[in-house]
Write a protein that binds this ligand. Structure first.
Ligand code: MOS
Length: 757
């Protein structure tokens, strides 16, 4: 891997933003002292374990819990017969950004119906987790089984066109121009159908909730991307005032979308704690992670491109057929960003859904774009091949000067530069020569463009900043740290705005006791929380400068605010930097232990420029592969990604996120697949031994290149986000390299050697 090795020392004040600082939570994580939601042990802690349905469809005819109840250490057993009913079921989305966010609208153990294998049918509470798990195996469940249908091949004939998907947020069909007319004008047509295996997110920390009640209030330690989402969802499910629910998600052990939504287990833990009168920890097993937190749905996408002989697109049809649950119309949004990538007059996008006996699918790393771009960028590569054009040149000819959907200009783009830098780094000029062969290995080069959406906030993102009389600063906002580096980056944002050394600033997040920010989803964490922290720290700086200017004892007395700047950790006169004082000196003189300000960024602060522009993050992926001519084995030798993510808050962490995204893209291309047994309706490979993800030995040489773009429209810091664009386009770049090496167009993910033989 190539990544710069940055200095570990704290930078001088005022230069905090962008510096490649090491993670502030790194030491506690690698030394094992970090406390995750399952590490909190309130006095009298008991443990809950779930029993999932063995069948995928039908009902519970009879359930016998007597042996479990008699087992050692067991305190209680809950089934649909005795679990209290939920107060109300919140709707699916659109409130992920500030309201209830259930992962699905079905809540288990409310009746005898079975909708998917693994659906909780019983919950045991015992004095240890092992005893609780053991007791679940003593429960006898008599099922009335009906034949399950879980894979597209069983349900495609029942597919329907939903009016809306995604909790009503997105239309089932979109169009611009006149597709039929566009296809008629086309001189060359490419029509390919792509299929995608179901995938599961697989973070290292299995989802865990520790719940207890104290004086009528519910307190939860919960593995969640946004503690507020858990609070809002449980308030509705349990019929409690928000003020009586406190959620702590300080450290979360990875997520990849599996903890974006609030699933059933936090509410089940809360109900168990209420009914038994003891604190309860409910930790899902690895196997249960495959039936409890959503997944990337099995899907097919058909992509039809019509182009002129010079390569210019005139028509694009993008249809997606996906498996959803019996209760929600979910599809990951695969069509939206792809529809914005190229100038193309005539377009039609359509979702088709078919109901499967699975839980509702959900977010998973680069949700939507990772699959949508595989189709579009593979089809573009095929079009380039048909036209005998360089794939990069084909992209240039279809460059979208404006957003083809809204007609607005881009807030910033940088795609051309990403193409150019990536091409130079991978040595794209080699692609003009016939593909190389090294022994049995056929060598190929491929590329794809990347895009990821930018969604403005729908409600105010808030933070508070405090400076103490000793000169240290504490900044707070309720964002969870699930490995993104928010805790470190937010220190940098605060230090930058306050003009203090990073070492003087601390950031605290992860709790509903702190100012509200949205769950960190959709690559928006750094932008949302960063803008709030920036606003709070800037307001505090202005407050303290105003205080100094008004103070006859301050060396700055009588100056105008615009004459004051921050340098060396002090407020000083711009043209006489020796004149000034520190926040600490000012506060101490006033006998003030601290000063505090709140800042917010939300719909009211969106700039006019934001409304006038279309916003997307752009990038480009390049891959070099070797394919064994005899065996079909595919090896990725090199990945190059060039991205234009706007302002980078921490170069080390941004590079790491982008590199991780590219590796997840390689994983999507070559490894990840959850196998469904269509007869039993159960996922088969529900362990990290059987569900393949890359390990270090699988990692090729990876180069991440940051292309600078300034963007004043997206948010005050100009952050466009690095969370997921690293994965967008990677699988297509790899498949396109395989095509270059072998002449074979692979259209199934993961790519398999069977398809090459
Ligand atoms: Mo992320 S997969 O948008 O939670």
């Amino acid at each position: 891997m190539t990544a710069t090795a940055p200095p570990a020392a704290s930078p001088p004040p005022g230069e905090a933003l962008g510096r490649p600082l090491r993670r502030v939570d790194g030491r506690e994580k690698v030394t094992g002292t970090a406390r995750y939601s399952g590490d909190h042990a309130p006095a009298g802690l008991t443990h809950a374990a779930l029993l999932g349905a063995r069948v995928a469809a039908g009902r519970v005819r009879r359930i016998d819990t007597s042996r479990a109840l008699a087992a050692e250490g067991v305190r209680a057993v809950f089934t649909h017969e005795n679990l209290p009913r939920i107060a109300a079921q919140p709707p699916l989305l659109p409130s992920l950004a500030g309201g209830p966010a259930p992962g699905q609208t079905f809540f288990p153990m409310q009746d005898a119906e079975i909708h998917y294998a693994g659906q909780p049918v019983a919950m045991v509470v015992a004095d240890t987790w092992e005893r609780a798990l053991h007791a679940t195996r003593l429960i006898r469940v008599d099922y009335e089984e009906t034949a399950p249908a879980t894979v597209l091949d069983q349900i495609r004939h029942e597919a329907f066109e939903p009016e809306k998907i995604f909790g009503g947020l997105l239309p089932g069909r979109t169009a611009r121009g006149d597709l039929a007319a566009g296809l008629e004008q086309a001189e060359v047509t490419v029509d390919l159908t792509f299929s995608y295996a179901a995938n599961h997110q697989n973070p290292l920390e299995t989802s865990t909730t520790t719940a207890y009640w104290e004086g009528g209030s519910l307190i939860l330690y919960d593995s969640a991307q946004g503690p507020a989402a858990t609070q809002h969802t449980l308030a509705v499910l349990l019929g409690l005032p928000h003020a009586d629910i406190r959620v702590d998600s300080h450290l979360v052990g990875g997520s990849f979308g599996s903890k974006a939504m609030t699933w059933a287990h936090p509410a089940l833990a809360a109900l168990a704690a209420r009914e038994t009168g003891s604190p309860v920890r409910l930790a899902l097993t690895r196997e249960q992670m495959f039936t409890s937190c959503g997944h990337r749905e099995e899907q097919e996408q058909r992509l039809t491109l019509g182009a002129r002989r010079d390569g210019r697109l005139v028509a694009m049809r993008h249809h997606k057929l996906a498996a959803t649950s019996h209760f929600d119309d979910w599809a990951e949004p695969s069509l939206e960003a792809a529809a914005q990538l190229y100038a193309c007059e005539h377009y039609e996008g359509r979702y088709l859904l078919a109901r499967a006996h699975t839980m509702t699918p959900s977010f998973m790393r680069c949700p939507g774009e990772a699959t949508g771009l595989f189709a579009l960028e593979s089809a573009m590569d095929e079009l380039a091949a048909r036209l005998d054009l360089d794939p990069l040149e084909l992209r240039r000819r279809n460059h979208a000067e404006r957003d083809p959907v809204s007609g607005k200009p881009w807030s910033s783009k940088g795609l051309d530069e990403c193409h150019a830098r990536g091409a130079a780094l991978i040595g794209w000029e080699r692609r003009a020569a016939p593909p190389a062969r090294e022994g049995d290995w056929l060598i190929g080069l491929g590329m794809a463009s990347s895009v990821y959406p930018i969604v403005p906030p729908v409600n105010p993102q808030r933070a508070t900043a405090r400076v103490f009389a000793d000169g240290s600063a504490l900044v707070q906002a309720g964002v969870a740290e699930f490995g993104t580096g928010a805790t470190t980056a937010m220190r940098q944002v605060a230090a930058d705005a306050l003009g203090l050394p990073v070492t003087a600033c601390r950031f605290e997040g992860g709790s509903t006791d702190l100012p509200n920010v949205s769950a960190a989803v959709g690559s928006m964490g750094a932008a949302y929380t960063g803008a709030a922290v920036h606003a709070a720290a800037t307001a505090l700086r202005e407050q303290l400068i105003a205080m100094a200017l008004a103070d006859p004892d301050s060396p700055l007395h009588g100056a105008r605010p615009e004459e004051v700047t921050l340098a060396g950790g002090r407020m000083v006169l711009r043209d006489r930097p020796e004149t000034g004082e520190s926040y600490a000196e000012l506060l101490r003189r006033h006998l003030q232990p601290d000063a505090e300000a709140t800042g917010s960024w939300g719909p009211d602060q969106l700039t006019e420029s934001g409304a006038r522009h279309a916003m997307l993050t752009f990038g480009a992926q390049f891959a070099e592969v070797a394919v064994d001519a005899e065996l079909g084995v595919i090896r990725v030798r090199r990945l190059v990604g060039a991205f234009a993510p706007g302002r980078v808050l921490n170069a080390r962490m941004a590079t790491g996120q982008l590199m991780g995204g590219m590796l997840w893209g390689m994983s999507q291309a070559l490894l990840e697949r959850t196998f469904m047994d269509p007869a039993l309706g159960r996922w088969n490979n529900t362990s990290l031994g059987d569900y393949l993800v890359p390990v270090h030995a699988d990692v090729p040489e990876v180069t991440v290149e940051l292309v600078e773009v300034h963007d004043e429209a997206v948010n005050p810091l100009g952050v466009k986000g690095v969370g997921e664009i690293g994965q967008a386009g990677t699988a297509a770049a790899i498949a396109n390299a395989v095509h270059h090496a072998t002449g074979r167009r692979l259209t199934r993910l993961p790519l398999s050697l069977e398809d090459l033989l």
